[in-house]
Structure formats: C-alpha cells, structure tokens
Design a protein around this ligand. Structure first.
Ligand code: PMP
Length: 367
C-alpha cells in the first residue's frame, strides 16, 4: 500500500498532519468560532436571487477583479472603520486563509521568514510552511499579551520578511493595543523593512476599534478581514484585505486568475446588503461572550480577557482530560494545545447555558 511517505513529497511536509478541528456530531458545537446564528431568511432569499442571476452567466469566467464586491467591501470598511478606503485598497479571496496565502506567496517564500507571537492562529505557521516560508515563533507574556521588548529583539535578530499580529488574538481572545502594533511596525521597518500583517478576523467583536486608520502613511501594513465570523458566513469562504494600493497590485502577481467564483461574488454582495442585520447578531454575541467570561469566573475558572467571539478558560492540570469530560456532556469546545487552557466559542444563549452546566459539573469533578 502506498502511503504519503512513499510519495516524493517535499521534505518539510513529511510526517505532518493537515489542519483541522474535529467535526463531531454532538448537540452543542462551540469549537470553531463560528457564528451560531443561521443567515436570516430575507438574506437567504436575496442570495438565491443573486446566485440565479449569476448562474445565467456561468458559461463565462467571473469578474477577475471582483470590482463590485471590492467596492462594497471598501464601503463597509470606510463606514465601520472610520477611515476612507477605495476599491484600490481592497482585495478579496476565498477566506482570509487564502488572503494570507497570497500575501505569503508575494512577500514570503523560499529563503524568507515570517514571525508570529504564539500561541496564535496556527494557520499562519502552516501557510508559511505551505509556501516554503521559514517560521519563527515569537514570545508572549504569561498573561498572553505580546512581550513587546522580546518581540522587538526577535525582529531585530531574525529580520523576518513578514510579521503577523492577530488582534483580537486566537485562541487567547485578547486584543493587541494600537501602540504595540505601531511599535512592532517600527521595529519591522528598522530591521528589513518587512510587511506587517494584522489579522483582524474577529475585530467586529472587539471592545476597541479596528486598526484601519493606521494604514495612513504605512505602505508595509496589511489588515486582513473575513466574512466568516461577524457576517456569519463561514461557509461562503470570503476573506479580504485592506492596504496600500501597491500591496493590492502586488498580490495580483500570485493570485490565480478567476480565483473568486461568480457564485461567491454574488453571495458576498447579497450578504453585504444585509450588513446591518448581521452586525445586530454581533451585538448579541458580544453580550453572550461577556456573560461567558463573568460566569466562568464565578464558577472559579481563570479567563483571558476577550475581545473576540470566544473565550479562553482554564487552568486545567490536563486540558485534554477536561476537554473530553466536557465532550462527554454533549458540548464540543476546542483544545488548541495551549497547556492548561481550553477555548469556547460564544453560541446562542441556550448553547452557552448547556456549556456552563457542563463546565460547572467538570469543575466539581476535577476541582
Ligand atoms: N484568522 C484568524 C485569526 C482565524 O481565527 C481564522 C479562522 N478561524 C481565520 C483567519 C481564517 O478564516 P477564514 O479563512 O474563514 O476567513
């Protein structure tokens, strides 16, 4: 029998496993930071209408430059971010994972390196590996904030080509202050200069503002966003970035022609028409997130400050045992491999109640 290792795959892929959270069929799934609310029916109707229109042209390739969609995204960012952006500042792809892949294909690659401050979104390191970019694991403090002095030293020492900052950070939930991002940008410019990618996948859930205004006068800064979380459309696969127009021009060099299907573009445009309704769910989720933080603390858990739609809680002598015990009670949370900690996504009030009941019992059992 031929297995992966019998194939002439690249050495750095040997013995590795693909990314993926367990997709288990349990009553309450709070493990992948999805939005628990299905799209509202009027939006489902609008998607059907727009997709029907797009279907009439499916014999043709889609708009390669996604002009209408990028214009809509620029309007959304301008309105919500308080900083004027046009189509020339915005690029879209199949999920922010693809945005990040295109950025690493453009600014990383063989002989180049990227740094991230871990624990953070593990796909940054995996996409680095997939694009042949060397990965440097930067430090964090005990409370999961970025250790700025150590980060600046690491940037000066390694001179990475790409610096990742995730705010709010996944899986820890905490936001990174604008001053820290600015200091990292300065350090990155002094060292190389390199690109700084701020991953704002969860920014709509934050107590604070987006870092979009920092784009002013900073052509090496990129802000990455997604419709998977706040827009409740993880299944759509639509991510986007905001940056200097030169960055948008640069990623054209690596994007596949027609990468964004006409169906995807039509669906995303329909979702943008319903922005206000969708962001209404964000407010509910923020309230539920804050309730999870308060109740977990009341039960006796430690909780990392959260600006996202999920909460990191602990500490457990053995996080995996705790994960299993919560799962035995019908609730799937995430063990991200951070020793002592688990992560739970904010669900509907009923799902969160089920989760809180489960962890109350687990606390009694494990202490
Ligand atoms: N960035 C962060 C920090 C994430 O947590 C995720 C999804 N879990 C993504 C990017 C990717 O999201 P998508 O590809 O669905 O846009």
């Amino acid at each position: 029998m031929t297995g992966i290792d019998d194939l002439p795959i690249r050495d750095e892929l040997r013995g590795k496993s693909p990314y993926g959270a367990p997709q288990l069929d349990v009553p309450v799934r709070l493990n992948t930071n999805e939005n628990p609310y299905p799209l509202p029916e009027p939006l489902v109707e609008r998607i059907a209408e727009r997709v029907r229109e797009a279907a009439r042209d499916l014999n043709r390739y889609p708009d390669r430059d996604a002009v209408q969609l990028r214009t809509g995204l620029a309007e959304y960012l301008t309105k919500s971010g308080g900083y004027p952006l046009g189509i020339e500042n915005v690029w879209a792809a199949n999920g922010s994972n693809e945005v990040i892949q295109q950025l690493l294909q453009t600014f990383g690659g063989p002989g180049r390196t990227a740094i991230g401050f871990e624990p953070s979104y593990s796909m940054h390191a995996l996409i680095a590996r997939g694009t042949g970019t060397g990965w440097i694991s930067g430090p964090r403090n005990e409370d999961f904030t970025i250790d700025l002095a150590a980060a600046e030293r690491a940037i000066a020492e390694h001179e990475p080509d790409v610096v990742f900052v995730t705010t709010p950070n996944n899986p820890t939930g905490n936001a990174v202050p604008a001053e820290t991002v600015l200091a990292l940008y300065e350090a990155a410019q002094a060292a190389k200069p390199s690109m700084v990618i701020v991953d704002e996948a969860y920014i709509e859930f934050s107590h604070g503002a987006s870092l979009l205004p920092l784009l002013e006068g900073r052509p090496h800064l990129v802000i990455s966003r997604t419709m998977s979380k706040a827009f409740g459309a993880a299944g759509l696969r639509l991510g986007y970035l905001a940056a200097h127009p030169a960055v948008v021009d640069a990623v054209q060099l690596v994007r596949l022609p027609y990468h964004l299907s006409a169906v995807t573009q039509a669906t995303a445009l329909a979702a943008l028409e319903h922005t206000d309704t969708l962001l209404g769910y964000v407010e509910q989720l923020k309230a539920e997130r804050d309730r999870l933080v308060a109740e977990l603390r009341a039960i006796g858990y430690e909780v990392t400050e959260s600006d996202a739609n999920f909460v990191q809680f602990g500490r457990f002598a053995d996080a995996h045992t705790a994960w299993r015990k919560i799962l035995d009670r019908g609730v799937l949370v995430r063990d991200n491999g951070v020793p002592g900690w688990l992560r739970v996504s904010a669900g509907t009030p009923q799902e969160n109640d089920a989760f809180l009941d489960a962890v109350r019992q687990v606390k009694k059992e494990l202490g």
